[in-house]
Design a protein around this ligand. Structure first.
Ligand SMILES: O=C(O)c1ccccc1N[C@@H]1O[C@H](COP(=O)(O)O)[C@@H](O)[C@H]1O
Length: 214
């Protein structure tokens, strides 16, 4: 079975084209001002309108309130909300009910004890994003190019919700990450960039090729 790819943090029209050419299943737009990948609603709308049917458009937000989500959803055609902050399970359920889109909750992993977080969010999230926990004091809660010990996920096949593996994935390591974790879906941002916020079409193609894709 093919491994589905989410390319996150796209900022330019050519990034959409490169993601689609590489066989992306999802493309992600970051709405977090501290991120080098942050996009305005206007830019995100233009990018989203360029995405062909069959590729899911994901909005990444961090502890966004309802007013911000209302404005986002009014401006940008989207398929999925990615919550990448400290949203509680109750808040995930509330966002899902209020805004009418499926929700993917990011969970940060650094050690085995963190895996319990996955169980907390399974009942309320449509998908889970299993990412590296950001270093203490980091400016960004994700997109740091940091991997966790993938062996922590080895043999864990009991999760009931679809999940994506993220954190420090690159063309050079993604095949090994998938082999060790059994992930069927992966998410990458900084590992396919030439500089923070600048996606590199060759690296995106190499990432897909490493998974046996386009
Ligand atoms: O990419 C960002 O700038 C970002 C900002 C705030 C929260 C999450 C962010 N990115 C997400 O983190 C994962 C891992 O990134 P990386 O591949 O290690 O650079 C990424 O897949 C995004 O979903």
């Amino acid at each position: 079975m093919d491994t589905a790819i989410k390319f996150c943090g796209l900022t330019r029209p050519q990034d959409i084209d490169a993601a689609v050419a590489a066989g992306a299943r999802y493309v992600g737009f970051v709405f977090f001002p501290k991120s080098p990948r942050n996009v305005s609603l206007e830019t995100a709308r233009a990018l989203a309108l360029r995405v062909p049917p069959g590729v899911a458009k994901v909005a990444l937000t961090v502890d966004a309130d309802d007013a911000a989500l209302d404005a986002l959803l009014a401006a940008v055609p989207l398929d999925l909300l990615q919550l990448h902050g400290h949203e509680s399970p109750a808040r995930v359920a509330e966002v899902r009910a209020r805004h009418g889109l499926p929700v993917m909750k990011a969970v940060g992993i650094a050690e085995a004890a963190d895996l319990a977080e996955i169980d907390r969010y399974q009942p309320v999230a449509d998908l889970l994003l299993i990412d590296a926990k950001p270093p203490r004091g980091a400016d960004l809660p994700g997109g740091n190019g940091l991997a966790f010990d993938w062996r922590l996920l080895a043999g864990r096949k009991y999760w009931t919700k679809p999940w994506l593996l993220a954190g420090g994935l690159t063309p050079a390591n993604v095949a090994e990450a998938v082999r060790l974790t059994g992930a069927r879906q992966v998410d990458v941002s900084s590992g396919v960039e030439s500089a923070p916020g600048i996606k590199d079409a060759d690296r995106m193609a190499a990432f897909a090729a490493a998974l046996g894709g386009a």
